[in-house]
Write a new protein. Structure first.
Lengths: 446, 229, 254
């Protein structure tokens, strides 16, 4: 890789560090305000009890569980882009991995808060660790999420080690004062020696392999929260694969949006090009098509028999109370975006972004359509349940969604936005500065 | 003379007490044929109704006593011919004149302690020409059981009941909860998974601390930043 | 110096006490299994039989339960459903908690706040419940009720709630019918059984094989067999302890 490209890359990667213009601060203030509103709504709820939500005796799970599944699903973008693309040696992943992995960690943090928000007695949360019942899906959930969170943090951190050394070198005095002591601890004295490279490569390789089954396990466990009950719509064997696939789909869509947003805001256009968005769109397409297949399989199996346990929900989804939401999701949130990215043509980035917004909104709707009709469906000879979310639930949802860009913006104020080390790994290390190559052959040069 | 009168009165009194209508004035230990008691009881409502146990929480609900009746119901329990079947409970109903009463219904109960003392209905049977009715009864548990057999009364014959207790050495199989299939296997699965989780955490720790150690250690190496071959 | 020695001793004693208190605080105090062993002297396994021929839908059982446990009107631990069968006839079906032998709610509770007493009744320890409501999702009969708001204050201010008598309820925890074990251990009929004017509710013991509705007493297994008793949604294999006697000619939809 020639030196100029490498240096440009490094410069763009560290450019946001310590730098914040007026637009940056406006954005931060706006997001922070939304997050604080969400936090206030939560305190309001803790004080008065869950009665301030729209939950009732029939529909006892609502927005909070939907959001938990949704945000943890978004975090799968990291596993997909960083881990799977690394293992398949897709070279185009290099500028994206930092953004994807950071999004994954941030989304996971937001998603992992939701079980706590949903508890009737959050003050007793720690007793789960004291009394943990190994047969309970809730305990499986805690174990899986915490393991995945730690693994994601480690997977985010390890490639940061060389990058921070590069940032320190490049930025010099511009390095934010707060970051300096942390950075010395974090970079562990990285100098790029072969031993260090070997150690790092081994560590990152282990995590890349490990994070994929961990990611699969987290959403499978979330799916089993529903599937091990006997409610007709939930008690389906396809739930775990369906949830995992849906998470990957929404994760890739989130990565597309985050990458597009930060590319625009921080001028990464030289390295994150239309090609990246095209490839990400192909990923979106493949995952979306697979998701359609899973849904067809689920509804065909249930619908052909229409037994009493699952028939009524199917009816409600297709033609009943939930039909508008269901068809919005199926057509607007799944088929339309897939068509949008499948067709060749111009504006690959724009189309990818529009498709991603539709997919993300659609996947939130889908989670809603899994949780709420499943709870509202009459399991006894009574009427369908009703669920009317209140301002508390909506505010917390919006606040938690705003927390993701907020945390990302704060994160990239201190850490490089693109992974220099990964770029070097993929493109080859740069030529040494100031050296003139005397040999004539190009390939095989050291 | 006076002595003779006293002896005569005493003799008549004794006769009345022991064999006559005055029998119920004696404590039960002194009565004849204590095992087959024919109880005298105050007047009861019209025939055809059993006296149901009082439905009151916590109060002892002894059956209401029956009218003085000359009908007698004798109950006897025979050891079971085939133990799986249970115990043969036989009851005989005799009219006031001692003649057996055929073609009448008798109802068999057991005394139980369930929110007070109650009589649990077991079965009803029709007496044959000899006034005998019998059922086979396999109790739910071993130990002592008290049975009550009631005759509701017919025509001029008043209702009556007979009691007996017996010791059961065989009983119906006790209530067993069916274990879930695969429960033994299922109980072990979480622990197997727990081992896997521990292994994963170990791997993560190795990836993190192993790399850290490698990086810190490699920093001491004198070789500069080289391009890999 | 005498003063110094006593000061040292004082500090040592306080440290010891503090450590002891800390250690004691870490030990979970409630031992529900031990408490449950005292619920009945006899080895009972409680069951209920509900005679659907007799229920007239008056809901006195629901009212009695609410009064006994000081519940708000929305909490119907025994709930009377009006069911219309295909012939257009309607009948009434009271549904208490079925105290399942293979209870889904028990399986999924992360902190074992829901547990089974020795007499087969499924109890909820509201001091342990974290309010995750997984049990409510898992119960196929909708028999569990969550305290979304502060429950009505108890009429007895010094009442101490136990799993056997969870009065008053706690906000943010779940509650349900517990076959009135606080009454049955005292030799009293459950509130609903006593209140039923049609004598449609029976409380029984599977061990002694006997059941009573307060007036009549029957041999439980015989009673069930003779009347073709069934259990609701039996195919789910939850093992309910409540049996229903269908009306003759009535259509029971499960």
């Amino acid at each position: 890789m020639d030196r100029r490209t490498h240096d440009n890359f490094v410069e763009r990667a560290v450019w946001p560090i310590g730098r914040g213009g007026i637009r940056y601060w406006i954005a931060v203030v706006v997001f922070a305000a939304l997050v604080l509103a969400g936090v206030y709504a939560w305190f309001y709820q803790v004080q008065r009890g869950l009665g301030v939500t729209g939950l009732n005796q029939k529909v006892s799970w609502g927005f909070y569980i939907v959001n938990c599944v949704f945000f943890i699903g978004i975090s799968y973008g990291g596993a997909m882009t960083s881990a799977i693309l690394r293992l398949t040696n897709a070279k185009w992943r290099a500028p994206l991995t930092r953004l994807a992995e950071a999004t994954a960690v941030v989304a996971l943090l937001v998603g992992a808060v939701y079980p706590l928000v949903d508890l009737g007695r959050p003050d007793r949360f720690l007793t789960i660790f004291q009394y943990a019942q190994v047969g309970s899906p809730v305990v499986w959930d805690i174990v899986a999420i915490s393991t995945y969170l730690v693994a994601s943090l480690v997977f985010l951190y390890l490639p940061l080690v060389p990058d921070l050394a590069v940032a320190r070198e490049t930025l010099g005095p511009r390095m934010p004062r707060i970051a300096k002591p942390i950075d010395r601890f974090v970079t562990l004295g990285w100098r790029g020696t072969p031993e260090q490279e070997r150690a790092l490569k081994r560590g990152v390789g282990i995590m890349a392999v490990l994070i994929i089954p961990l990611a699969v396990s987290v959403h499978s466990v979330l799916a089993w929260l529903f599937a091990v009950t006997v409610r007709g719509q939930w008690h389906s064997t396809i739930f775990a694969p369906l949830f995992v696939l849906g998470a990957m789909l929404s994760g890739v869509a989130a990565v597309i949006l985050v990458v597009a947003g930060f590319r625009k805001a921080y001028g990464l256009g030289e390295f994150i090009t239309a090609k990246h968005f095209r490839y990400l769109s192909y990923l979106l397409l493949a995952l979306g098509a697979a998701y359609v297949y899973f849904m067809v399989s689920e509804y065909l199996t249930e619908g052909y028999v229409m037994e009493a346990s699952s028939g009524p929900v199917l009816e409600a989804l297709f033609t009943g109370v939930y039909a508008p939401a269901f068809w919005s999701f199926s057509i607007g949130g799944l088929l339309l975006p897939l068509v949008l990215v499948a067709l060749p043509g111009r504006f690959p980035i724009g189309r990818a972004c529009v498709a991603s917004i539709l997919v993300i909104a659609g996947m939130w709707l889908k989670r809603f359509l899994i949780v709420v009709p499943g709870m509202a469906e009459p399991i006894m000879p009574w009427d369908w349940g009703q669920y009317q979310p209140t301002w508390v639930e909506v505010t917390i949802t919006i606040g938690s969604a705003a927390a993701i860009p907020l945390m990302l913006m704060i994160f990239f104020r201190f850490f490089p936005i693109m992974s220099v080390h990964e770029f070097e790994e993929v493109e080859g290390t740069p030529e040494p500065r100031g050296m003139v190559l005397l040999t004539t052959s190009g390939a095989g040069d050291d | 003379m006076t002595r003779a009168v006293i002896v005569l009165v005493a003799a008549v009194a004794a006769t009345l007490l022991y064999v006559g209508p005055g029998q119920n004035l004696l404590p039960s230990a002194l009565r004849l044929q204590a095992a087959n008691t024919a109880l005298q009881a105050p007047h009861a409502p019209p025939a055809g109704t059993e006296q149901p146990a009082q439905r009151a929480a916590g109060t002892t609900s002894a059956p209401a006593a029956l009218p003085p009746s000359n009908t007698s119901v004798n109950v006897a329990v025979q050891p079971a011919a085939r133990t799986q079947q249970g115990y043969a409970i036989a009851a005989t109903v005799r009219a006031s004149d001692g003649k057996p009463m055929g073609e009448v219904t008798v109802r068999f109960y057991e005394t139980v302690e369930l929110f007070g003392s109650r009589e649990m209905f077991i079965a009803s049977a029709l007496t044959d020409g000899r006034g005998d009715a019998s059922i086979i009864y396999l109790p739910a548990r071993t130990g002592e059981h008290e049975l009550v057999v009631r005759f509701a009364g017919k025509n001029q014959q008043r209702p009556a009941l007979g009691r007996t207790t017996f010791e059961a050495s065989v009983a119906a199989p006790p209530y067993r909860q069916e274990p879930m299939p695969l429960s033994a296997f299922a109980a072990g699965v979480p622990y197997a998974v727990g081992l896997i989780v521990l292994a994963v955490w170990g791997l993560i720790a190795f990836a993190l601390f192993g790399t850290a150690r490698g990086v810190i250690g490699g920093a001491r190496s004198t070789s500069r930043r080289e391009k890999p071959a | 110096m005498a003063g110094e020695i006593s000061r040292r001793r004082l500090i040592g004693t306080l440290t010891g006490l503090g450590t002891g208190a800390l250690a004691a605080g870490l030990v979970p105090i409630s031992f529900p299994e031990a408490e449950a062993a005292e619920t009945s002297a006899k080895p009972r396994q409680w069951a209920m039989v509900i005679d659907l021929r007799k229920c007239d839908g008056c809901k006195k059982c629901t009212e009695a339960c609410q009064e006994t446990h000081q519940l708000p009107k929305s909490f119907e631990w025994i709930k009377v459903f009006e069911v219309k069968d295909r012939q257009g006839q309607s009948y009434f079906m009271p549904r208490p908690c079925f105290q399942c032998e293979n209870a889904p709610c028990l399986r999924v509770c992360p902190v074992a706040a829901t547990f089974r007493a020795t007499d087969g009744v499924v109890l909820v320890d509201q001091n342990k419940c974290i309010g995750c409501r997984m049990c409510m999702a898992a119960c196929p009969y909708g028999a569990r009720y969550f305290n979304y708001t502060e429950p009505p204050a108890s009429s007895h201010p010094f009442q101490h709630a136990t799993p056997e008598f969870p009065v008053p309820q706690q906000k943010g925890t779940v509650g349900k019918c517990m076959f009135c074990v606080h009454r049955t251990e005292d030799g009293q009929l459950p509130a609903c059984v006593e209140a039923c004017g049609m004598l449609a509710l029976w409380i029984g013991d599977l061990v002694e094989d006997v059941a009573t509705n307060g007036q009549e007493t029957v041999r439980l297994s015989q009673f069930l067999k003779e009347n073709d008793a069934f259990r609701y949604k039996e195919e789910l294999n939850t093992g309910p302890r409540v049996y229903y006697i269908a009306g003759h000619g009535q259509h029971i939809e499960t």
